[in-house]
Design a protein around this ligand. Sequence first.
Ligand code: GLP
Length: 255
Amino acid sequence: MLVIVKETYDAMSKEAARLVADRLRKKPNMVLGLATGSTPLGLYKELIRMHRDEGLDFSKVSTFNLDEYVGLPPTHDQSYHYFMRENFFKDINLDVRHIHVPQGMAKDIDAFCAWYEKRIAEHGGLDLQVLGIGGNGHIAFNEPGSSLGSRTRIKTLTGTTRMDNARFFKTKEEVPRYAITMGVGTIMDAKELLLLANKTGKADAVKAAVEGPITAMCPASIIQMHAKAFVFVDRDAATKLTGNYNDSWESKIFQ
Ligand code: GLP
Protein backbone atom coordinates (compact mmCIF):
# COMPACT_ATOMS: atom_id res chain seq x y z
CA MET A 1 0.00 0.00 0.00
CA LEU A 2 1.28 3.44 -0.86
CA VAL A 3 -0.20 6.29 1.20
CA ILE A 4 0.19 9.74 -0.30
CA VAL A 5 -0.60 12.76 1.84
CA LYS A 6 -1.18 16.10 0.10
CA GLU A 7 -1.72 19.45 1.81
CA THR A 8 -5.04 20.25 0.19
CA TYR A 9 -8.00 18.57 -1.48
CA ASP A 10 -7.06 20.27 -4.73
CA ALA A 11 -3.49 18.94 -4.64
CA MET A 12 -4.74 15.47 -3.72
CA SER A 13 -7.21 15.46 -6.61
CA LYS A 14 -4.63 16.66 -9.13
CA GLU A 15 -2.08 14.08 -8.01
CA ALA A 16 -4.69 11.31 -8.28
CA ALA A 17 -5.64 12.53 -11.76
CA ARG A 18 -1.99 12.37 -12.82
CA LEU A 19 -1.90 8.74 -11.78
CA VAL A 20 -5.11 7.89 -13.69
CA ALA A 21 -3.82 9.77 -16.76
CA ASP A 22 -0.50 7.92 -16.56
CA ARG A 23 -2.31 4.55 -16.59
CA LEU A 24 -4.59 5.67 -19.41
CA ARG A 25 -1.70 6.82 -21.60
CA LYS A 26 0.00 3.48 -21.05
CA LYS A 27 -3.19 1.53 -21.84
CA PRO A 28 -5.67 3.56 -23.94
CA ASN A 29 -8.35 0.84 -23.64
CA MET A 30 -8.03 0.55 -19.89
CA VAL A 31 -10.95 -0.69 -17.79
CA LEU A 32 -11.61 2.00 -15.22
CA GLY A 33 -13.69 1.47 -12.10
CA LEU A 34 -15.41 4.65 -10.94
CA ALA A 35 -16.88 5.95 -7.71
CA THR A 36 -19.48 8.56 -6.82
CA GLY A 37 -19.69 10.86 -3.79
CA SER A 38 -18.21 14.29 -3.21
CA THR A 39 -14.64 13.00 -2.79
CA PRO A 40 -13.79 12.09 -6.42
CA LEU A 41 -15.30 15.30 -7.84
CA GLY A 42 -11.91 17.06 -7.89
CA LEU A 43 -10.34 14.06 -9.64
CA TYR A 44 -13.05 14.10 -12.31
CA LYS A 45 -12.71 17.87 -12.73
CA GLU A 46 -8.97 17.53 -13.33
CA LEU A 47 -9.41 14.63 -15.75
CA ILE A 48 -11.93 16.75 -17.68
CA ARG A 49 -9.37 19.56 -17.80
CA MET A 50 -6.71 17.16 -19.05
CA HIS A 51 -9.09 15.93 -21.74
CA ARG A 52 -9.86 19.52 -22.81
CA ASP A 53 -6.36 21.04 -22.57
CA GLU A 54 -4.08 18.09 -23.13
CA GLY A 55 -6.19 15.81 -25.31
CA LEU A 56 -6.41 13.01 -22.75
CA ASP A 57 -8.33 10.44 -24.75
CA PHE A 58 -11.10 8.31 -23.22
CA SER A 59 -12.49 6.99 -26.51
CA LYS A 60 -11.29 3.43 -25.95
CA VAL A 61 -11.81 3.32 -22.17
CA SER A 62 -14.49 1.13 -20.60
CA THR A 63 -15.91 2.14 -17.24
CA PHE A 64 -17.68 0.27 -14.47
CA ASN A 65 -19.25 2.14 -11.58
CA LEU A 66 -19.16 0.72 -8.11
CA ASP A 67 -22.78 1.10 -7.13
CA GLU A 68 -26.25 2.53 -7.62
CA TYR A 69 -29.31 3.06 -5.45
CA VAL A 70 -32.13 0.57 -5.95
CA GLY A 71 -35.33 2.21 -7.13
CA LEU A 72 -33.92 5.44 -8.57
CA PRO A 73 -34.25 5.81 -12.35
CA PRO A 74 -31.20 7.13 -14.24
CA THR A 75 -33.01 10.46 -14.67
CA HIS A 76 -33.32 11.00 -10.88
CA ASP A 77 -30.92 13.75 -9.87
CA GLN A 78 -29.61 11.67 -6.95
CA SER A 79 -29.05 8.51 -8.98
CA TYR A 80 -25.44 7.62 -9.61
CA HIS A 81 -26.19 7.44 -13.35
CA TYR A 82 -27.13 11.11 -13.21
CA PHE A 83 -24.16 11.99 -11.01
CA MET A 84 -21.68 10.38 -13.39
CA ARG A 85 -23.21 11.97 -16.47
CA GLU A 86 -23.28 15.45 -14.95
CA ASN A 87 -19.89 15.35 -13.22
CA PHE A 88 -17.77 13.40 -15.66
CA PHE A 89 -19.20 11.58 -18.66
CA LYS A 90 -20.75 14.55 -20.45
CA ASP A 91 -17.43 16.42 -20.53
CA ILE A 92 -15.11 13.69 -21.84
CA ASN A 93 -15.09 11.58 -25.00
CA LEU A 94 -16.16 8.24 -23.55
CA ASP A 95 -18.12 6.02 -25.92
CA VAL A 96 -21.54 5.59 -24.23
CA ARG A 97 -21.46 1.91 -25.20
CA HIS A 98 -18.43 1.50 -22.93
CA ILE A 99 -20.14 2.88 -19.81
CA HIS A 100 -21.48 0.53 -17.14
CA VAL A 101 -23.38 1.69 -14.08
CA PRO A 102 -25.45 -0.81 -12.04
CA GLN A 103 -29.14 -0.74 -12.98
CA GLY A 104 -31.02 0.27 -9.86
CA MET A 105 -34.30 -0.35 -11.68
CA ALA A 106 -33.43 -3.90 -12.78
CA LYS A 107 -36.44 -6.24 -12.44
CA ASP A 108 -34.27 -9.22 -11.56
CA ILE A 109 -31.53 -7.77 -9.39
CA ASP A 110 -29.70 -11.06 -8.78
CA ALA A 111 -29.53 -11.75 -12.53
CA PHE A 112 -28.32 -8.22 -13.13
CA CYS A 113 -25.56 -8.58 -10.51
CA ALA A 114 -24.37 -11.86 -12.06
CA TRP A 115 -24.34 -10.18 -15.50
CA TYR A 116 -22.31 -7.22 -14.12
CA GLU A 117 -19.66 -9.56 -12.75
CA LYS A 118 -19.57 -11.45 -16.07
CA ARG A 119 -19.26 -8.21 -18.00
CA ILE A 120 -16.28 -7.08 -15.89
CA ALA A 121 -14.62 -10.46 -16.47
CA GLU A 122 -15.30 -10.26 -20.24
CA HIS A 123 -13.39 -6.97 -20.24
CA GLY A 124 -10.40 -8.69 -18.67
CA GLY A 125 -11.11 -7.30 -15.20
CA LEU A 126 -10.74 -3.80 -13.78
CA ASP A 127 -7.37 -2.18 -14.36
CA LEU A 128 -7.80 0.59 -11.82
CA GLN A 129 -10.63 1.08 -9.35
CA VAL A 130 -11.28 4.52 -7.86
CA LEU A 131 -12.72 4.40 -4.32
CA GLY A 132 -14.02 6.80 -1.74
CA ILE A 133 -14.58 5.76 1.85
CA GLY A 134 -17.66 6.13 4.03
CA GLY A 135 -17.36 7.64 7.51
CA ASN A 136 -18.04 4.12 8.84
CA GLY A 137 -15.30 2.55 6.70
CA HIS A 138 -17.52 1.33 3.87
CA ILE A 139 -16.27 1.08 0.30
CA ALA A 140 -18.84 1.34 -2.48
CA PHE A 141 -21.92 0.28 -0.49
CA ASN A 142 -20.21 -2.55 1.34
CA GLU A 143 -21.25 -1.63 4.82
CA PRO A 144 -19.49 -2.81 8.02
CA GLY A 145 -20.02 -6.55 8.37
CA SER A 146 -19.93 -7.15 4.60
CA SER A 147 -18.14 -10.32 3.59
CA LEU A 148 -14.61 -9.47 2.54
CA GLY A 149 -15.05 -11.98 -0.31
CA SER A 150 -18.40 -10.61 -1.51
CA ARG A 151 -19.35 -10.07 -5.16
CA THR A 152 -21.80 -7.65 -6.80
CA ARG A 153 -25.14 -7.88 -4.98
CA ILE A 154 -27.94 -5.94 -3.32
CA LYS A 155 -27.15 -4.48 0.11
CA THR A 156 -29.22 -2.77 2.78
CA LEU A 157 -27.79 0.63 3.67
CA THR A 158 -27.03 1.33 7.32
CA GLY A 159 -28.74 4.15 9.19
CA THR A 160 -25.43 6.04 9.34
CA THR A 161 -24.92 5.87 5.60
CA ARG A 162 -28.49 6.97 4.93
CA MET A 163 -27.97 9.90 7.33
CA ASP A 164 -24.61 10.77 5.67
CA ASN A 165 -26.22 10.80 2.24
CA ALA A 166 -29.45 12.53 3.36
CA ARG A 167 -27.83 15.90 2.63
CA PHE A 168 -28.32 15.20 -1.07
CA PHE A 169 -32.05 14.46 -0.77
CA LYS A 170 -34.94 16.75 0.18
CA THR A 171 -35.82 14.62 3.20
CA LYS A 172 -33.96 11.76 4.83
CA GLU A 173 -36.92 9.42 4.20
CA GLU A 174 -36.22 9.79 0.48
CA VAL A 175 -32.78 8.18 0.80
CA PRO A 176 -33.12 4.70 -0.70
CA ARG A 177 -32.83 1.73 1.64
CA TYR A 178 -31.05 -0.58 -0.77
CA ALA A 179 -28.26 -0.37 -3.29
CA ILE A 180 -26.58 -2.59 -5.84
CA THR A 181 -22.86 -2.63 -5.15
CA MET A 182 -19.74 -4.35 -6.39
CA GLY A 183 -18.59 -6.67 -3.63
CA VAL A 184 -15.40 -6.32 -1.63
CA GLY A 185 -14.05 -9.32 -3.56
CA THR A 186 -14.97 -7.67 -6.88
CA ILE A 187 -13.06 -4.53 -5.86
CA MET A 188 -10.07 -6.50 -4.62
CA ASP A 189 -9.78 -8.22 -8.01
CA ALA A 190 -8.96 -4.86 -9.65
CA LYS A 191 -5.30 -4.71 -10.66
CA GLU A 192 -4.82 -1.37 -8.89
CA LEU A 193 -6.84 0.53 -6.29
CA LEU A 194 -6.96 4.28 -5.81
CA LEU A 195 -8.71 5.25 -2.59
CA LEU A 196 -9.32 8.94 -1.96
CA ALA A 197 -10.32 10.65 1.28
CA ASN A 198 -10.42 14.25 2.44
CA LYS A 199 -11.68 16.30 5.40
CA THR A 200 -11.37 15.57 9.13
CA GLY A 201 -14.66 13.68 9.08
CA LYS A 202 -12.84 10.85 7.30
CA ALA A 203 -9.80 10.79 9.61
CA ASP A 204 -11.06 7.92 11.80
CA ALA A 205 -12.13 5.84 8.81
CA VAL A 206 -8.76 6.42 7.11
CA LYS A 207 -6.89 5.48 10.29
CA ALA A 208 -8.94 2.26 10.61
CA ALA A 209 -8.51 1.40 6.92
CA VAL A 210 -4.76 2.08 6.73
CA GLU A 211 -3.43 1.30 10.20
CA GLY A 212 -6.19 -0.68 11.90
CA PRO A 213 -6.76 -4.43 11.90
CA ILE A 214 -8.20 -6.00 8.77
CA THR A 215 -11.81 -6.57 9.66
CA ALA A 216 -15.20 -6.80 8.00
CA MET A 217 -16.27 -4.10 10.48
CA CYS A 218 -14.16 -1.70 8.39
CA PRO A 219 -14.46 -3.06 4.84
CA ALA A 220 -11.93 -0.52 3.56
CA SER A 221 -9.24 -2.17 5.75
CA ILE A 222 -9.08 -5.04 3.22
CA ILE A 223 -7.03 -2.77 0.94
CA GLN A 224 -4.08 -3.67 3.19
CA MET A 225 -4.22 -7.06 1.46
CA HIS A 226 -4.08 -5.59 -2.05
CA ALA A 227 -0.75 -5.78 -3.87
CA LYS A 228 -1.16 -2.36 -5.54
CA ALA A 229 -3.32 -0.01 -3.52
CA PHE A 230 -2.78 3.75 -3.50
CA VAL A 231 -4.38 5.83 -0.75
CA PHE A 232 -4.53 9.54 -1.47
CA VAL A 233 -5.50 11.73 1.47
CA ASP A 234 -5.46 15.41 2.24
CA ARG A 235 -3.82 16.73 5.41
CA ASP A 236 -7.17 16.81 7.27
CA ALA A 237 -8.03 13.19 6.57
CA ALA A 238 -4.47 12.16 7.54
CA THR A 239 -4.56 13.69 11.05
CA LYS A 240 -4.93 10.34 12.86
CA LEU A 241 -2.26 8.49 10.87
CA THR A 242 0.99 7.80 12.68
CA GLY A 243 3.13 6.22 9.93
CA ASN A 244 5.61 8.05 7.72
CA TYR A 245 3.98 8.59 4.38
CA ASN A 246 4.80 9.94 0.94
CA ASP A 247 3.77 12.98 -1.03
CA SER A 248 4.10 11.43 -4.47
CA TRP A 249 3.26 8.09 -6.11
CA GLU A 250 6.07 8.49 -8.65
CA SER A 251 9.62 7.21 -8.25
CA LYS A 252 8.65 5.24 -5.17
CA ILE A 253 9.27 1.55 -4.93
CA PHE A 254 5.87 0.04 -4.27
CA GLN A 255 5.41 -0.78 -0.60
C1 GLP B 1 -21.42 6.69 -0.80
C2 GLP B 1 -20.82 5.89 -1.95
C3 GLP B 1 -19.38 5.55 -1.71
C4 GLP B 1 -18.62 6.79 -1.28
C5 GLP B 1 -19.22 7.34 -0.01
C6 GLP B 1 -18.50 8.57 0.52
O1 GLP B 1 -21.86 5.91 0.24
N1 GLP B 1 -21.55 4.68 -2.20
O2 GLP B 1 -18.81 4.98 -2.88
O3 GLP B 1 -17.27 6.50 -1.09
O4 GLP B 1 -20.58 7.69 -0.29
O5 GLP B 1 -19.04 9.72 -0.05
P1 GLP B 1 -18.36 11.14 0.00
O6 GLP B 1 -17.24 11.07 -0.96
O7 GLP B 1 -19.42 12.10 -0.46
O8 GLP B 1 -17.93 11.36 1.38
